[in-house]
Design a protein around this ligand. Structure first.
Ligand code: COA
Length: 160
């Protein structure tokens, strides 16, 4: 079985992530979306909350599993027998950081390849931080996140 993993902090998941996740799910027998920690980020949602939100968004896809892991991505890929790590590239500005991570992961786990999918044009400017910033100021985030998780986000971050 060809298994791929799509890692991220997903704090929260956005339309940009869902686009990459569903396109990748069409290319592999199984896609595992894994909520991980980026040591440089302070998250607004717990890993369990982030997993629950992603599950709601991909509920109609039989070959997508959602999991959380606190450790190295390369170790998780080995543990799950994944052939590929899928990442979305938004702009040139993402490239250097992603290239560095891909090389480090290849060194740590030579059996896994990192594949980059081009982010859809309408999501090029999108990020989880931007969604949180707009929600925090009472703005409308309905164009940026799936409707099934809109309330989860505004209940936590909405204009207080
Ligand atoms: N469309 C729109 N936005 C997108 C996107 C897309 N297709 N793909 C990513 N983004 C956004 C995300 O929302 C995120 O926004 P934010 O910075 O406002 O939160 C930003 O781009 C960065 O996303 P990503 O590159 O996926 O980074 P991340 O912080 O979500 O995840 C990990 C990075 C968790 C995968 C990485 O830190 C990791 O592997 N951690 C595990 C520990 C480890 O192995 N470390 C060594 C790695 S070499």
């Amino acid at each position: 079985m060809n298994i791929a993993i799509c890692p991220g902090s997903f704090d929260p998941v956005t339309m940009g992530h869902i686009d990459i996740i569903t396109r990748a799910a069409g290319m592999f027998d199984k896609l595992i979306v894994v909520v991980m920690n980026n040591a440089a980020k302070q998250c607004s949602f717990t890993p369990e909350e982030r997993v629950a939100m992603i599950k709601k968004c991909v509920a109609d896809h039989d070959n997508i599993e959602v999991d959380a892991f606190d450790g190295l991505l390369a170790d998780y890929a080995a543990k799950r027998g994944a052939r590929a790590i899928i990442k979305g590239l938004r702009a040139m500005s993402d490239f250097e950081y992603e290239f560095q991570m891909a090389l480090a992961n290849k060194k740590l786990n030579p059996d896994v390849e990192t594949l980059f999918l081009t982010t859809a044009q309408q999501n090029m400017y999108l990020s989880s931080s931007m969604v949180k910033q707009i929600a925090g100021m009472g703005g409308d985030i309905s164009g940026f996140v799936p409707s099934v998780i809109l309330k989860d986000i505004t209940d936590r971050i909405g204009n207080k």
